[in-house]
Design a protein around this ligand. Structure first.
Ligand code: KIV
Length: 272
């Protein structure tokens, strides 16, 4: 599917790095959020497999299925007029090797209007990235902390080894990825990688030296029942929607109980 007129293309994202314009990215999982993010000027929307945790309430991202990713991506991509839509390839398609990965990525692009996929992993995933790119599917890499490997690594492991980070990101770039997410990478390392790589780096918990930043929608707006102070350290709460929604719910319950809702205005047949 061709990009919508005026939509960001892979080329436009690469040009942003060349002219030093920072790339703003947020996760999105549904139509109205994607509309608002697109209209507000986000450059890329990521349909992250974080939907397993923030939308479905699971403990890890491993439970997101390909059908679910496609369902959410379809709604997000329909909403996006301008932002480039990227979809996470859920566990375990890329872990199963290039053929399975290409099949899954082809489904994502065929069944949604998304432009690109995101593949977690470094040098060991380069062959898979190369195969997907060769199939004509634009790829964003994802290095540093890789949540899909939580069980293999025995937890969420920050990658502090500079040589490994350089090897991983370089391999992904050489395999044809057009951008790479750096998750929870020390800021000095992320800044140096951003200088050395020709493709844009999109940081999450990786400091201001990256070429762009990505945040999970639910962290950006505290869209949860938690106190904003419990938001991950790398995120900033721009508006406390969780607080506002809780307040609204409590007011609605009180109004129903006290017969303040519905009033005349909300009732059929009421005199004007
Ligand atoms: O799934 C996701 O939301 C992500 C971001 C954390 C980059 O991969």
């Amino acid at each position: 599917m061709a990009n919508k007129a005026g939509a960001n293309s892979v080329l436009k994202i690469l040009e942003m790095k060349k002219r030093g314009e920072k790339i703003a990215v947020v996760t999105a999982y549904d139509y109205p959020t994607a509309r608002m993010a697109d209209a507000a000027g986000l450059d890329m929307l990521l349909v992250g497999d974080s939907l397993a945790t923030v939308v479905q309430g699971r403990p890890t991202t491993l439970g997101a299925t390909l059908d679910q990713m496609i369902y959410h991506a379809e709604a997000v991509a329909r909403a996006a007029e301008r932002a480039l839509v990227v979809v996470d390839v859920p566990f375990p398609y890329c872990q199963l090797g290039p053929d399975e990965a290409v099949r899954a990525c082809a489904r994502i692009l065929k069944e949604t209007e998304a432009t690109a996929v995101k593949i977690e992993g470094g040098a060991s995933r380069a062959e898979t990235v190369r195969a997907v790119v060769a199939a004509g599917i634009p790829v964003v890499g994802h290095c540093g902390l890789v949540p899909q490997s939580v069980k293999a690594l025995g937890g969420y492991k920050v990658q502090r080894d500079w040589d490994q980070l350089l090897e991983d990101t370089t391999a992904i770039q050489e395999a044809g990825a057009f951008a790479v997410v750096l998750e929870c990478v020390e800021r000095e390392h992320a800044a140096e990688l951003s200088k050395r790589l020709t493709i844009p780096t999109i940081g999450i918990g990786a400091g201001v030296g990256c070429d762009g930043q990505v945040l999970v929608f639910h962290d950006l707006f505290n869209f949860s029942e938690k106190d904003p102070s419990e938001t991950p350290k790398h995120a900033r709460v721009y508006r406390d929607l969780g607080g506002l929604i809780g307040e609204g719910f409590r007011e609605y319950v009180a109004d129903v109980k006290a017969e303040r809702f519905p009033g005349d205005a909300e009732s059929f047949g009421a005199k004007k």
